[in-house]
Design a protein around this ligand. Structure first.
Ligand code: GTP
Ligand code: MG
Length: 227
C-alpha cells in the first residue's frame, strides 16, 4: 500500500504555492520547475514500483511481507524554496537539482529491523539503481534518539527523448521507529508555542527510543524462530 501525499503540479497550482513564499524564483524558472517536478515524480514512481514488486515477490516466495506500508511525498514548493533560501542556494532549477536531494521522497515502513537492510540491499543491487548517499541512523542514532536508514539513489526515467537519471530519497524504518518519529516530530513542532515541552519530554523520548530498540530486537528474534 502506498499513500501518495501530493501529486504533480501545474502552472496554476505552482502560482498558488508561490503566493506563500517571500522570495519567488525568476519567472523564466517556473516552466523548468514544473518539468523538474514531473520528472522527479516519475523517478519516485519507478522506485515505489520496484519496492512494491519486491514485497509482492516476498509474499509469494516466503509467505511474508517485509514492507508494512510506504508513503511517498513530493516536497512542497514552499518548503523547497524555504530550504533553498535557508541554505543560501540560488532559486534556480539548476541550483536546486545540484543542492537539494529530497525533492522526491519515499518512506518505507517495515515490520522488523532486519527488513530495513534487506530492502536496502535488494533495491540498491538492481542494475539501474545507483546509491548516491547513505546515512545509517540505526547504527548511529541522532542526539534526539531518532533512528532510520536514509539512502538517496538515482534511477533512470525514460522520457520521450531518452533516459534521465533522477535522485530519490528513501527513509527506511520499522513501524516502531515510525511511531516514535511521528511523536517526536510533533513535540518539536509544538516547541514554537511551548518551549519547555522538549525539556519535559525530550529525555523520556530518548529513553523510549532505546527501549523500543530492545523490544524490536526481541520480537525480531521470536519472528526468526517462527519462519
Ligand atoms: P536536511 O534534509 O537538509 O534537513 O538535512 P539532512 O539531509 O542532513 O537530513 P537528515 O539526514 O537529518 O534527514 C532529514 C529528515 O529525516 C527529516 O526531514 C525528518 O523526516 C527525518 N529526521 C531527521 N532527524 C530527525 C529527528 O531527530 N526526529 C524526527 N522525528 N525526524 C528526523
Ligand atoms: Mg535531507
Amino acid at each position: 500500500m502506498i499513500l501518495e501525499r501530493s501529486g504533480v503540479i501545474n502552472l496554476r497550482e505552482l502560482e498558488t504555492q508561490l503566493n506563500e513564499v517571500d522570495k519567488r524564483p525568476d519567472v523564466a524558472e517556473l516552466p523548468k520547475l514544473i518539468k523538474m517536478y514531473q520528472l522527479y515524480q516519475s523517478g519516485q514512481r519507478e522506485i515505489s514500483t520496484k519496492l512494491e514488486n519486491l514485497d509482492a515477490e516476498f509474499q509469494v516466495n516466503y509467505d511474508y511481507n517485509p514492507i508494512h506500508h510506504m508513503e511517498s511525498r513530493m516536497k512542497k514548493i514552499q518548503s523547497l524554496i524555504g530550504k533553498a533560501q535557508r541554505k543560501g542556494y540560488d532559486l534556480t532549477v539548476e541550483s536546486i537539482e545540484k543542492n537539494i536531494h529530497d525533492v522526491a521522497g519515499i518512506r518505507v515502513v517495515t515490520n522488523y529491523i532486519d527488513d530495513i537492510y534487506k530492502i536496502e540491499k535488494m533495491l540498491t543491487s538492481q542494475t539501474d539503481v545507483t546509491l548516491l548517499r547513505r546515512k545509517d541512523y540505526l547504527k548511529h542514532p541522532k542526539e534526539s534518539g531518532y533512528r532510520s536508514l536514509h539512502i538517496a539513489v538515482k534511477v533512470p526515467v525514460f522520457q520521450s527523448k531518452g533516459p534521465i537519471d533522477v535522485p530519490v530519497e528513501i527513509q527506511i524504518r520499522t513501524v516502531g521507529m515510525d511511531m516514535w518519529a511521528s511523536l517526536e516530530h510533533k513535540l518539536r513542532y509544538k516547541t514554537n508555542t511551548d518551549e519547555n515541552l522538549v525539556d519535559k519530554y525530550g529525555e523520556q523520548l530518548r529513553d523510549y527510543s532505546d527501549e523500543l530498540e530492545n523490544i524490536e530486537r526481541g520480537m525480531q528474534e521470536i519472528h526468526r524462530r517462527l519462519v
